[in-house]
Design a protein around this ligand. Structure first.
Ligand code: CA
Ligand code: CA
Length: 54
């Protein structure tokens, strides 16, 4: 969580929190379409994830 404190002043502002979250989001969104599908979400059980359309 220290990584969320972008300017290392000891506080996480809402802006820093959002930036840290979007960084995590970008990591999950493997194909860069701004959507994290269940199949892209690594922790999701694969048997409940929808099949890839491809
Ligand atoms: Ca800060
Ligand atoms: Ca995606």
């Amino acid at each position: 969580m220290e990584k969320a404190d972008a300017n290392h002043d000891g506080y996480v502002t809402p802006e820093e929190f959002k930036a840290a979250r979007s960084t995590q989001f970008d990591r999950l969104d493997r194909n860069g379409d701004d959507l994290v599908t269940l199949s892209e979400f690594p922790a999701w059980p694969s048997r409940t994830a929808p099949r890839p359309r491809r």
